[in-house]
Design a protein around this ligand. Structure first.
Ligand code: DGT
Ligand code: CA
Ligand code: CA
Ligand code: ZN
Length: 595
């Protein structure tokens, strides 16, 4: 952790102790310690810790020095975690409401028994807060407003939506004459399925015009911060964005730091420390405290024994620590650093799947069920993307809310698809499939004789979500054991930021899919991304085959495979693990062999 990160923790400890009503001297010690720490230079801190001289700093006592050391080297502090866990989470949330500090929160808790935001909002609405000594009408109004805003703004955003906001901003920043380099960092760059806020890193020759441009972008509702090297805005959607301006020679370090993740950063710092170096958003310096920033030529080059390359890219930064370049999607602190070792490594980094590797996709809808484009329109759109094949999998009859196809209508669609392929109208081959409901007892929605007329079958759960985990697991496994099922659609049924998936035992389902040579799709719809990336690395290593399916309900939806590629990359998937990277002939052969 950097000194500022550590100072933040100390300040938070002070606040939490205050929430608990602890002794004021103890509280003051943490607040003073946080300020004392901020006054120390990053490199100096490393030296003080190593030489156990931290307690000689004014404002930092024995106990505090020990805690700072622990945070600096491990990035964690058990005392802090225990303390936080001991406090009702609602009280901690109240700290984020403007106008509420620890003292007032304690008063609300002790005198009105309030320990959740919901209860607090109620107490504001019926006037109990205003009646409390030290609050009043105005302060009650402000608290209520703060809670309402928090509900509107406090939420995360789909990667797809955040990306749509970020992309033109990055392009616009790069087009400014003062800007040398600009990137979107943070969770967006890591391809996370949801994004808290946007983080832009810019190297510029002149700061003010860049900040002026940034805060006047279309859709900016509010400028929440504006300083010499940083600006923050909030868009109409509630999405917030931070812009950070750095000198060109710090760009690679800032980009790496603000790309994160936090866990990855902590591990990178530990690796640097093990090599006598200290890594931060500012640079890579000798941990001896000479303050030699490697990329600064005027200091006469790096300290002796340190790597000599100029660090002007993330690749150079990783190389300076003996590592291959780690793609941002892998930077979650889940073994990527070990795998990136230049010297051997734990199997090495995978060659991750890329958007251009996809040659088609299997799960797409047309106007025959609940899609918004016809078969011909969808095929034309797939052809425009350069796809060799497009799978049509409209809903089956039990999904009446989605206009699912009866056996007769399905037969008509299959005939249409065969005729379209025979006509040679499109270069893209169309596979005739279905998204067949898995009925509550695990049987399929069409008879085997109907399924036999199709090229493939996606089996999905669309009803009876509230079954027990055991029932749902047995239900899905029964479907996977059906000889005509090719792949499992949106395995958990989650909708990001809207609803959790249904209860099930995923590891059993993955086992059954592997045993029955059934594909599990990575549904690439930006609000699904299901099966989640966190499961894929292990599952693929055990032999599970993936298909990245956009579940498109209109032509524009085919582009959602890009979101699926993000998740596939986060799941360490190579093109080998994904069926729809194969050629048309190979897919046809694979489907034939499964029959
Ligand atoms: P988000 O915005 O919640 O989707 O997630 P991120 O990863 O974009 O997080 P954010 O915006 O708070 O910060 C961007 C990156 O900056 C984060 O991934 C790592 C780095 N960072 C921020 N705060 C800390 C910290 O306290 N310690 C460390 N080591 N890194 C941090
Ligand atoms: Ca962020
Ligand atoms: Ca941020
Ligand atoms: Zn579905």
């Amino acid at each position: 952790m950097t000194k500022n990160d550590i100072a933040d923790v100390l300040a938070e400890i002070g606040t939490l102790l205050e929430l608990k009503g602890e002794n004021p001297f103890k509280i003051r010690a943490y607040q003073t310690g946080a300020r004392a720490l901020e006054a120390i230079e990053e490199a100096e801190l490393a030296v003080l810790i190593r030489e156990e001289r931290l307690k000689s700093v004014k404002g930092i006592g024995d106990a505090l020095a020990q805690k700072i050391g622990e945070l600096h080297t491990t990035g964690r502090l058990e005392f802090f975690e225990t303390l936080r866990a001991s406090i009702e989470p609602g009280l901690v949330e109240m700290l984020e409401v403007p106008g509420l500090g620890p003292k007032k929160i304690r008063a609300l808790r002790d005198q009105l028994g309030l320990s959740t935001l919901v209860a607090l909002a109620e107490a504001c609405t019926d006037g109990r807060v205003a009646a409390l000594a030290g609050f009043g009408e105005k302060s009650q109004q402000k608290i209520l407003e703060g809670i309402r805003n928090r509900e509107a703004y406090g939420r995360r955003h789909l990667w797809w939506d955040a990306h749509a906001v970020a992309e033109p901003i990055v392009a616009g920043l790069r087009a400014l004459p003062q800007v040398m380099r600009a990137e979107a960092a943070g969770s967006l760059r890591r391809g996370m399925e949801t994004v808290g806020d946007l983080d832009f890193i810019v190297a510029a020759s002149d700061v003010a015009p860049v900040v002026d441009w940034f805060v006047t972008q279309p859709g900016v509702r509010e400028i929440t911060a504006r300083g010499a090297t940083k600006a923050s805005v909030r868009f109409e959607s509630g999405l917030q964005a931070d812009l950070r301006l750095v000198p060109a020679e710090q760009f690679a370090f800032a980009l790496h730091h603000f790309t994160g993740s936090k866990d990855h950063n902590v591990q990178m710092r530990q690796r640097a420390l093990a090599r006598g170096l200290s890594l931060s958003e500012w640079g890579l310096v000798s941990a001896e405290g000479e303050g030699t920033v490697k990329q600064k030529t005027e200091t006469g080059g790096p300290a002796s024994g340190a790597p000599h390359a100029v660090i002007d890219s993330e690749a150079a930064l990783f190389a300076a620590l003996g590592l291959h370049f780690i793609p941002p999607e892998l930077r979650e602190g889940l073994g990527e650093i070990e795998a990136a070792e230049l010297a051997g490594g734990a199997g090495g980094l995978p060659r991750l799947i890329e958007p251009a590797d996809l040659r088609g996709a299997f799960h797409n809808h047309t106007t025959a069920s609940d899609g918004r484009n016809t078969l011909a329109e969808m095929t034309a759109a797939a052809e425009a993307l350069g796809w060799e094949y497009l799978g049509i999998a409209d809903h089956s009859k039990s999904s009446f809310q989605a206009n699912g196809l009866s056996e007769e209508r399905l037969a008509v669609q299959v005939a249409e698809i065969r005729a379209l392929n025979a006509s040679g109208r499109f270069r893209t081959h169309v596979f005739a499939g279905t998204e067949c409901d898995i009925l509550p007892d695990g049987r399929l929605d069409y008879d085997a004789s109907v399924l036999a007329t199709l090229d493939y079958v996606v089996a999905s759960v669309h009803n009876a979500f509230t079954q027990s985990s055991a029932d749902m697991t047995a239900r899905i496994i029964r479907a996977l054991e059906h000889p005509q099922v090719t792949m499992l659609g949106h395995a958990t049924g989650r909708l990001l930021l809207r609803r959790e998936g249904y209860a099930l035992d995923l590891s059993k389902i993955i086992d059954a899919a592997i045993a029955n040579r059934v594909v599990i799709e990575l549904n690439a719809s930006p609000w699904r991304l299901d099966l989640d990336w966190r499961h894929w690395r292990k599952a693929a290593a055990r032999g599970l085959l993936c298909a990245i399916n956009p579940d498109a309900h209109e032509t524009g939806g085919l582009a959602h495979v890009r979101a699926g590629i993000n998740s596939a990359r986060k799941g360490w998937l190579t093109s080998d693990a994904v069926l729809n990277t194969r050629s048309l002939a190979d897919v046809q052969a694979w489907l034939a062999a499964r029959r």
